[in-house]
Design a protein around this ligand. Structure first.
Ligand SMILES: NC(=O)c1ccc[n+]([C@@H]2O[C@H](COP(=O)([O-])OP(=O)(O)OC[C@H]3O[C@@H](n4cnc5c(N)ncnc54)[C@H](OP(=O)(O)O)[C@@H]3O)[C@@H](O)[C@H]2O)c1
Length: 330
């Protein structure tokens, strides 16, 4: 393994450290040990990191908090950066190559740090047409959208798919991917985002503030539920807009313990979904980005020192697209 000078085992790096579960004020920039790659892990210099609900919920003591082994902990779920050390000489991605991918945080090393160590199937070559800040916005959200829309819903022409929160991080990718595969896409969003979500491929956008979506919509074949049962019972209310036998895929990781029974009572199918890191899909997503078939929207890029503000913005619940922190200069 060829380690760059800056990443020698036993060295330290700048990282966003969390000393306790709680609000964003518990984050501070400090130093942490450089992560030691294990087996075929790749060591990556992080240029930019996406901010995801998984980061904020885990920081707050929910999400994946049970996997936190101790404090201080470095969170951060996805990144764009440059390979510092490859696991072996003939590995596809070598030092100096630009990559993007998802981390193993919080059990493994997180991307809110100058260096992250990730298994080989967690990353792929970064789309060259994107800056690091744009590329960092893609991995977790777009892999999630792909898994729900393509792998579970099998999006295709003739299908009507409702995407809740079509203007958000996962939603703006889900709308585009469903439309790419020929489905008719309906989305929920605030009025101010409606034209933009239409431009991404939705043929109909319902302003969920103005009227209940279930009163506005004809039946759909699939619901991609990015809101769940915590806010306005969006998930449970969605069962009523599915045609008999239709499929609801719900993404929020907590809540809705009666999902299976509620779906059975409504005569529809329902499943949760969990994002699966996959380098092949990351490569496909990079091609779609490069061909112009998948747009990436970043509402704001924060300097690393303002990671707490970046998380607060995400927690406002009304980000358009993604929020990113720039970790290193490039
Ligand atoms: N299971 C997994 O593997 C996985 C992976 C990623 C994310 N998730 C979960 O998926 C959910 C969405 O993630 P995300 O990254 O897309 O979040 P996000 O970017 O924070 O979502 C923000 C969007 O939510 C919309 N929104 C808020 N309340 C809404 C409502 N009642 N109806 C419709 N839209 C509403 C807002 O739209 P307007 O501003 O237009 O109102 C905003 O654009 C989260 O619960 C997250 O934890 C799960």
């Amino acid at each position: 393994m060829t380690l760059g000078d800056e990443a020698q085992a036993g060295g330290t790096m700048r990282a966003a450290l969390l000393d306790r579960f709680g609000d964003a004020s518990g984050l501070r920039i400090g130093t942490a040990p450089v992560p030691t790659p294990v087996l075929s892990e790749v060591l990556v210099r992080v240029m930019a990191a996406g901010v995801n609900p998984l980061d904020t919920s885990t920081r707050a003591g929910d999400g994946a908090a049970a996997a936190v082994g101790g404090f201080p902990v470095v969170l951060g779920s996805d990144f764009s950066g440059v390979v510092v050390a490859a696991p072996y000489e003939r590995f596809d991605l070598q030092p100096g190559d630009e990559v993007y991918g998802v981390s193993s945080a919080p059990r493994g090393s997180g991307s809110f740090a100058e260096l992250v160590a990730v298994p080989p199937h967690h990353l792929a070559a970064k789309p060259k047409v994107l800056t690091h800040a744009e590329a960092a916005a893609v991995p977790l959200a777009a892999l999630t959208a792909w898994g729900a829309v393509v792998e579970l819903a099998r999006a295709h022409a003739g299908q009507r798919i409702l995407v809740h929160a079509g203007a958000g991080g996962v939603g703006h990718f889900a709308v585009q991917i469903a439309a790419y595969f020929g489905a008719t896409v309906v989305a929920t969003a605030s009025a101010g985002n409606a034209d933009w979500v239409r431009s991404l491929g939705a043929s109909e956008v319902v302003d969920y503030h103005e009227r209940p979506f279930e009163e506005a919509l004809r039946p759909v074949d699939v619901v991609i539920d990015l809101v769940g049962d915590r806010h306005d019972h969006v998930g449970p209310r969605s069962l009523a807009v599915l045609r008999p036998g239709g499929l609801l895929v719900t993404l929020p990781s907590t809540g809705w313990p009666t999902l299976a029974a509620d779906a059975a009572a409504a005569g529809v199918r329902a499943t949760k979904y969990r994002m699966v890191p996959d380098s092949t899909t990351l490569t496909v997503l990079a091609r779609l980005v490069t061909s112009g078939d998948l747009q990436v929207s970043v509402q704001e890029v924060f300097p690393f020192e303002r990671i707490a503000d970046a998380q607060r913005l995400l927690e406002s619940g009304h980000v358009r697209g993604k929020v990113v922190v720039q970790v290193s200069d490039y």
